[in-house]
Design a protein around this ligand. Sequence first.
Ligand SMILES: [Zn+2]
Length: 131
Amino acid sequence: MEYNRFMINKEILLTEALSVLNPRDLSEDASCASVAAALVTDRGNIYKGVCIDVPCSLGFCAEYSAIASMLTAGESRIAAIIAVTENERILPPCGRCRELMYQVNHENMDTVVFLSDGSRTLKELLPEVWN
Ligand SMILES: [Zn+2]
């Protein structure tokens, strides 16, 4: 599918991600939303998520949260994605999130991943996939 240029807009996605950025403690040793992510699908829908940081490796990334929300709504094709921290620093996705994007829809190799210095496709960030 050829994407509408307006669907893949860094400023719009950044604004959406910042709208859910809300760092807060959940308990004495757990916190959330210090990183927020937003993605837009091939249908033009935006899904957002925040990180969950808890002890004993149960937490997960903001991108994971946004991808779960997208899947819950019945979609899987990501046109573009962005993640941002509380000082508005744009973060590249970790390896686990890169692999997840591919595994939920192999066409996501064309996903535009916004970075601090522009953008790359998922294929550029994930040259070798698990299979
Ligand atoms: Zn991650």
